[in-house]
Write a protein that binds this ligand. Sequence first.
Ligand code: ADP
Ligand code: MG
Length: 336
Amino acid sequence: MKKKGIFIAAVAFFVLAAVVISDFFYSHNTSADFLAMNTTVSLDVTGFHSKEAVERIKSEIIRLDEKLLSRTKHTAEIYSVNNGKTEISDELKGILEYLKQLEKDSGGAFCTGIAQLTDLWGIGTENKQLPDKEEISAAIKNHEKWQINDNNVILPENVKLDLGAVGKGTACDYAKDILSAHKCKEAVVAVGGSVLLYGSEKYQVGIRNPLGEVNEYCAIIEAAQGCISTSGNYERYFEDENGNRYHHIFDPSTGYPADSGLLSVTVIAESGTASDALSTACFVLGIEKSLALFEKYNADAVFITTDKEIITTFGEFESETITVTNNNYSLGDINE
Ligand code: ADP
Ligand code: MG
């Protein structure tokens, strides 16, 4: 009896030791902040290999920007494609094929081929302007007709690609693969307005008050794993002498800043690229026309309307919940 007692005590000790040791290893935490993709990236990773994971995520996001997606850095494939090169790598092909599908599914509300329009308006640059109607019509000619054929991109005349609406979400997807390869336990990766929540914990994420200051929230959502991206009319814009605001999310069918009764759209999806592209697309489409996209991409959204209503697609049994924290806003019903 005594021997059995000692044996059980020894097993219990080893189990306890194993739990303590694994907890010690898994609770290694590494953080980093740096600039990439013209925005701030911040990483907070927990896991035994968190240091290696953080270093790798940093170098991959910088590579993604400098070697693939940037349209201003001469080293990037998109820059080369926009300047006459047709052949692309398998890696870029995979990304562009996914974007082509998103373009089709959104009925063209999201469109990668609008670089000419973005440049014409110049919002967020020194050359911002309200262009002539004729210039706008010319800039949206054939923008949706770019194609991928094997490892070649074919651009119609005057059409160039702009991945500004999705790069940050794609960076979150790259980060997710690295976190999983390094067996990390928990992580929050923020690339500008796209945030990856990784692990089993539930996180509280503030939704920015579109009419307030940079760090002011108007609601808090509680969400588990996934990527959350927000597009809003407050991010980059200019105002004319009459107070009309011209912002940086364009309706590709008109060539003008989208005006669908929204101040911002936040999309939560498993894919970072989808959450980023959909937040832009839904900002253009407005609430009703966006709904079919959420089913297809297994996504959810929080819309903030110009009437200061906050409307979510969260179902009764879904894991996400929302709390409105600013009295100027009220929770609306998606079915009304
Ligand atoms: P941000 O880049 O500020 O986080 P978004 O993700 O909504 O915001 O992306 C906006 C950027 O995407 C614009 O600056 C422009 O480069 C590009 N863009 C604007 N309108 C569209 C659109 N309808 N489809 C695809 N890209 C767009
Ligand atoms: Mg976006």
